[in-house]
Ligand binder design. Structure first.
Ligand code: HEM
Length: 227
């Protein structure tokens, strides 16, 4: 496949523009799941843009949490390993925070890179939301509190690439993601570690059904994040 070369952009093999026209002149606009709040062009642009975040995933994640804790210092108490923090620098250098931020970003990565697969993404987010049920003090609204920190962190990482168009796309996307996390957290039927055992009394040998924990997926995600 050839590539379009403009004065501004060098010739690269990667497709960076959304172009619904095929070589035969037949217009094919990729369809997206109608349950997704993004259209095909927005999905395409989001995936392209996210590559820039992926390259700086840990930094973006730390920036997001630093901003979250700056505006909601009380939330730090939920993280038992983030203690004795007296300055922003200490927070930025906290190893545990970096690990955790990367874990959260990995979930966002899974959602964004597979955004076309509505059912997979919704399920994954619902499960991740449900894992937060194990914290007594956690409230569903806590997910919302990460909205602005996320937007700000993405904006910093992308710099000039964070256009008005992308701002709108990221806002729609994070709202969709946070809603799915919240739904999972609020849904009592969702599997969490404390609820993994289901005993079927209809058989002689009680059958134990294990419901997988979201860490299983995180291993795959980490591999994908490296590419
Ligand atoms: C975009 C929003 C968020 C995502 C995608 C997310 C995702 C995750 C994931 C994947 C884990 C690891 C899996 C687990 O331990 O079950 C986790 C753990 C955790 N999350 Fe979240 N989370 C989000 C927001 C929050 C917020 C806003 C808080 C608190 C203010 C929070 C508190 C925690 C805590 C305390 C843990 C456990 C850490 C540990 O075990 O050391 N999360 N989160």
């Amino acid at each position: 496949m050839g590539c379009r070369q403009t004065k501004e952009t060098p010739c690269v093999t990667e497709i960076t523009e959304f172009d619904p026209l095929t070589d035969n002149g037949v217009t094919t606009i990729p369809s997206v799941d109608p349950r997704l709040p993004l259209n095909a062009r927005q999905v395409f642009k989001l995936k392209q843009s996210w590559k820039g975040i992926k390259r700086k995933i840990a930094e973006t994640g730390v920036e997001m949490f630093v901003r979250l804790f700056k505006s909601n210092a009380d939330l730090m108490a939920i993280f038992d390993k983030v203690t004795n923090i007296e300055s922003e620098d200490e927070l930025r250098q906290n190893e545990y925070l970096e690990q955790h931020a990367t874990l959260v970003m990995t979930t966002l990565d899974e959602a964004i890179t597979k955004i076309d697969d509505y059912d997979h993404v919704k399920n994954h987010l619902n499960r991740t939301g449900a894992t937060h049920q194990r914290f007594d003090v956690f409230r569903s609204e806590n997910f919302r509190k990460i909205r602005e920190p996320f937007i700000e962190a993405v904006k910093i990482t992308l710099g000039d690439r964070y256009t008005d168009y992308m701002a709108n796309v990221y806002e729609i996307t994070i709202d969709f993601i946070l809603k799915a996390l919240e739904d999972g957290f609020l849904d009592n039927n969702n599997p969490v570690e404390q609820k993994i055992i289901v005993t079927d009394h209809s058989t002689e040998q009680p059958e134990v059904t294990k419901i997988e924990h979201c860490r299983v997926n995180d291993v795959t995600n980490k591999e994908q994040a490296k590419t």
